[in-house]
Structures are given as C-alpha cells and as structure tokens.
Design a protein around this ligand. Structure first.
Ligand code: MN
Length: 287
C-alpha cells in the first residue's frame, strides 16, 4: 500500500497574461501539463489532457496500460478539436500502481515538463525532455546548464496533439517510503537549476515546498507559467502526513535511523533495522 501526501502551487508568472499550465493531484495519479498554441488555445489543450487523466485516476487497480491508454486518448481528444492554432500540450507525471509484484510508481512523460526525485540528499531528474536542446545535450553540443538558457529551449519535439501516433516515455520505480517527487512545468526548471531546486524541495511539508519553489521561480524572472506538485511517498504502515519533517529538523533523540545504522542516504524505510516497526510520521522516523 502506497500512501501519498502532496502540495501544489501554480502561477501565471510575471510576463504572461494567461496560465496555460494545468495540473492533476488526484492520488494515486499526479500530472502537470503545459499547453501551447496561439490565441490562448494552450490552456484548453492542457485542461483536456488533465480531464482525461482525472478519469483514469478513478480506475482500480490502476495499471501501466491504463495510464498509457489515457495519454493516447488525450492525444486523440486534442487532435479532435481541430484547432486552427495547432494547440498541443506536454504532460508528465507520477502514478501509484498496485501490481502483483508489489507496489510501484510509474513516471511518464511527453514533452519538456519534468519529474524529479529527492531521495535523501540527492536530487535526480527522472524524465528526459523531448526538446531540441535536450537532443543537443545528448549530442555533446550543449551542457545541461547551457540548455536551460538557450534561445531554442522552448522547442519541444513531442507533445500531445502533435500527431496521431503518440509515443510516451514511461518508467517503473519501486515505491520507497520517504522519497519526495517534484512534478513541474518548464517555467520552474527553466528558471531554477537543480542546485537551486534541491534545498527548496527538501524543506518542510509538501505544500510549503511547492510554494517556495514557485516563489523562487517568480523571483528568478517568472518568464513563463510555473506549476509545481510535490508528492511525498509512504509505504506500508509508514504513512506520511503534514507533520512529516526532514530528519535534520528533528530533535536528536528522534533521529532513529542514525543510531539504527540506516542505509546512509536518509531513507531508512524497509531496509534498515527499524523496518517493520511502523514508526509513525508523528515521530518523523522516515525523514
Ligand atoms: Mn512552459
């Protein structure tokens, strides 16, 4: 059993008139969609994508195929609108799957919105952008940091609404209690490098982290719409709630993993001597 706790924030930014980002935070399914297209049709495209995914979020058990089918359906719905301004949308997200082999998380992506994972002190971008600059990074022509500010950074190579055949990337991951995920539009990752995202993402409850990240992207310029969903993962009895704190913020006597010889990367659920004792979120045992 995977438990989710999330926080969400979104902002039009400091330059744009309309927020064309849409988001879904309906556990066990989370998604951010960044719409594009002239004359304000981008917000329609991103909303359509999120509406199709919201129906998918109701399915039990939720399976990989259902999420991929929903993405294909969203693609068809957007193309079916026959919008003269060629609207489209990115979509990326996280889904909790209950499979016969145990509980897993699925990360999916089309376009250049992103999913990051914070595990202990380490931040990692899980999705691979479908963008021109990402192809240049892979070819060794640009560094990641150069790509972030490159003039063609907004050109995506895949999107919902782009054509009848949709190829969505997806990955399956084990659900590790204590891991925190960030799902965001490029209005956040375009303003903030990973080193700036990491400490803000690590700080406080999920809602506080989401708001801090969006505020920082606005402070850095807010050139685009900004959306952030922060999702905390708990497994088994190791439920997460708003009282959960990073371990560094706990009084010393509460730092179970340190004395118990945890795995050293900060998430001790399930693999240390403290596993299975159902230490509650109230003591912050899975910091
Ligand atoms: Mn954007």
């Amino acid at each position: 059993m995977i438990h989710f706790n999330h926080g969400v924030d979104t902002s039009v930014g400091r330059v744009r008139q309309v927020n064309e980002d849409s988001h879904l935070a309906l556990p066990p399914l989370y998604a951010v969609a960044d719409g594009m297209g002239g004359h304000g049709s981008g917000d329609i495209a991103s909303r359509l994508a999120v509406e199709v995914l919201a129906r998918c979020a109701m399915l039990r058990p939720l399976l990989t195929e259902a999420v991929l089918s929903a993405l294909a359906e969203a693609n068809e719905v957007i193309i079916g609108h026959r919008d003269p301004h060629h609207m489209g949308t990115t979509v990326t997200g996280l889904a909790g799957l209950e499979t016969a082999g145990g509980d897993h998380l699925m990360v999916f992506n089309v376009g250049d919105s992103r999913v990051y994972r914070l595990a202990g002190e380490r931040i990692e971008q899980l999705t691979v952008d479908h963008s021109e600059v990402q192809e240049m990074v892979l070819a060794g022509m640009l560094t990641r940091e150069q790509a972030r500010t490159h003039p063609r950074r907004n050109v995506v190579t895949r999107a919902l609404g782009g054509g009848p055949v949709l190829v969505a990337d997806h990955w399956l991951l084990p659900a590790n209690g204590g891991d925190r995920f960030l799902i965001c539009s490029d209005g956040l990752s375009g303003e903030l490098p990973d080193e700036a995202i990491r400490p803000l993402l690590a700080q406080g409850p999920a809602q506080q982290a989401a708001e801090a990240l969006v505020a920082a992207a606005n402070d850095a310029g807010g050139h685009d719409n900004i959306t952030a969903i922060v999702v905390d993962i708990g497994v088994g009895d190791d439920a997460v709630d708003e009282a959960t704190l990073p371990r560094e913020q706990l009084p010393r006597e509460s730092r179970l993993a340190e004395d118990a010889g945890g795995d050293g990367n900060g998430h001790n659920a399930g693999n240390g001597p403290s596993a299975g004792n159902g230490h509650s979120a109230g003591t912050g045992g899975h910091g």
